[in-house]
Design a binder for this molecule. Sequence first.
Ligand code: SPV
Ligand code: MG
Length: 296
Amino acid sequence: MMVRNRKSSILRDALKSKGLVKVAGAHDGLSAKLAEKNGFNAIWASGLGISAVQTVPDASILTMTEFLEAAVIMNESCNLPVIADCDSGYGNIHNVTRMIKKYEVSGIAGVCIEDKVYPKLNSFDDRQQLLVSTEEFCEKIRAAKMAQQNDDFVLIARVEALIAKLGQQEAYTRAKAYVQAGADAILIHSKERSPDEIVEFVNNWDVDAPLVVVPTKYPTLSMEQLEELGVKVSIYANQALRASVKAINDTFESIINNKSSLQIEKEIVSVKEIFDIQEVPEMKQLERLVHKQPAT
Ligand code: SPV
Ligand code: MG
């Protein structure tokens, strides 16, 4: 029997829809909920972000269970579908199989796996980026597609050939092979400051599968330009994380320097706004409704 998952269906419909799908990188329930409030279409449960909030490197240090737990908290905190960044799949085809089963049954809408070796390094790390062979990664994709129960569950295959400086041809060949192996979409990553590399890849892409990009290092490429190019999904992977570090530093610095929180008070949200995010008004409403009922 096919198990349906509402959020997978929403994500799949978004991939088929017209226009750019805007995805916000989140690292906890709060950032996921704020992404929804600000009009994003989906959440990227960022491996960098989930690692950063535990102050460990994004280098397969946390376990699958820890990444999954963080993604589930994001999923429960908002109504948006969650795309979980699952790095290189936490091991071999058997680890990928269990991973897909666990994420799917937990209500995650889709996952992304990348063609780097396990343990991986964050793509912006300047150490050598090592990829598995195209065939080895295709096996992971096939294992993932065989493991999913719900047809709508989305598998994004991430090509790191440009990150590893292997060139356009290698990136294209890998991406095409990954689609043939069953990937539902291709994430093509780049860390060039110029968008030229991504634009070239997107312009050469003649395979019938949606493209996903992460314009962290090339923020000059606007949503309109990405849409015009034919990119389907744009992930703003770590802006919320970086913004929160700045906001927390500014706040703590102000309190220490001014020997009170008076100066920073006008820069920060009210406690009421925090209560609203926590749905305290809904909690009170429930109490009113429940208290109406006569005791039996
Ligand atoms: C993440 O957010 O963890 C990503 C994107 O995978 S990147 O940090 O650009 O590799
Ligand atoms: Mg990542």
